[in-house]
Write a protein that binds this ligand. Structure first.
Ligand code: HEM
Length: 296
């Protein structure tokens, strides 16, 4: 059972240490806020929010960092390491890496102008990671609506929650290779002027790692993402699937018109995501180094 005051006597400065580190990381690089939000998502969708995503490969298991959706893509590990180092000085062996990820995601969204949600605490850290689960549980940007709904329903989320969580793409960047087919395949639903502008930095071959913002205000957490979907200006195929297929159109429409509703629903869904199968009690451990199991 997680609780918001979990560290209030064991490490009273934990939350302010994390918040301070996040605001300085984001002031030197705003994109880091997006990267940290995504890191928490990719942790929670793979065997729960247990910081398994942070473990380096070992001789006993292949970690999640090299799985398709993460490799050459996830960022922010150094920011988490630096927070962990500060917390180990202040309160050794107390604050889990999984809780750091959950608070860092929330504080990132707040720092970029978004909403604040409750983060119940007390998660413990996994002593193993799963490359295979990372390969199969994380949604691909090439999925159609039905497959997106099913990937989230496998984790207990409704279609509405899948749509609101996709609003995380109001911040951050994507590599050309994640949306190229959408630009050069004539069957895609995409605004033609928007496609032309993306093509400038994403040629039909080469430039795989060239970045484009996921929405034009990618440094600000707002509801522009949903307005873009209504205008057929989603960057990823999976983004645009949320509008134009019928069943989720009204949800996208409502978030495009009402950022307050987007913020409230996003916060609720993030709290729910943060509660996915946490390790508690005597399960797992409090890692001293987020990249390694204790004693290894
Ligand atoms: C609905 C299914 C989803 C798919 C298919 C998906 C896919 C992707 C892809 C392909 C990228 C670009 C990665 C790269 O270029 O290397 C990306 C970036 C990102 N995703 Fe998602 N994502 C999904 C849901 C989410 C959710 C639920 C969140 C958080 C609530 C999220 C947050 C982000 C953020 C913030 C970025 C930008 C990261 C950065 O700039 O470092 N995504 N996503």
């Amino acid at each position: 059972q997680l609780s918001t005051n979990f560290y209030s006597s064991s490490c009273p400065s934990a939350l302010s240490i994390i918040q301070g580190a996040i605001s300085s990381a984001i002031s030197s690089e705003p994109r880091m806020g997006a990267s940290l939000l995504r890191l928490h998502f990719h942790d929670c969708f793979v065997n729960g929010c247990d910081a398994s995503v942070l473990l380096d490969d070992t001789s006993n298991f292949k970690g999640e960092k090299t799985a398709g959706p993460n490799s050459n893509s996830l960022r922010g590990y150094e920011v988490i390491d630096s927070i962990k180092t500060q917390l180990e000085k202040q309160c050794p062996g107390v604050v889990s890496c999984a809780d750091i990820l959950a608070v860092a995601a929330r504080d990132s969204v707040v720092a970029l102008g978004g909403t604040r949600w409750n983060v119940p605490l007390g998660r413990r850290d996994a002593t193993t990671a799963s490359f295979d689960a990372a390969e199969s549980n994380l949604p691909s940007p090439f999925l159609d609506l039905a497959a997106l709904i099913s990937a989230f329903s496998n984790k207990g989320f409704t279609a509405q929650e899948m749509v609101v969580l996709s609003g995380g793409h109001t911040i951050g960047q994507a590599r050309c290779l994640t949306f190229r087919t959408r630009l050069y395949d004539n069957t895609e639903s995409i605004d033609s002027a928007f496609a032309s502008s993306l093509k400038q930095n994403c040629p039909s071959s080469g430039g795989d790692d060239n970045l484009s913002p996921l929405d034009e205000s990618a440094g600000t957490f707002d509801n522009t993402y949903f307005k873009n979907l209504v205008g057929k200006k989603g960057v990823l195929h999976s983004d645009q699937q949320l509008f134009g297929n019928g069943s989720t159109d009204s949800i996208v429409n409502s978030y495009s018109l009402d950022s307050g509703k987007f913020f409230t629903d996003f916060g609720k869904a993030m709290t729910k995501m943060g509660n996915l199968s946490p390790l508690t009690g005597s399960n797992g451990e409090i890692r001293t180094n987020c990249r390694k199991i204790n004693g290894s």
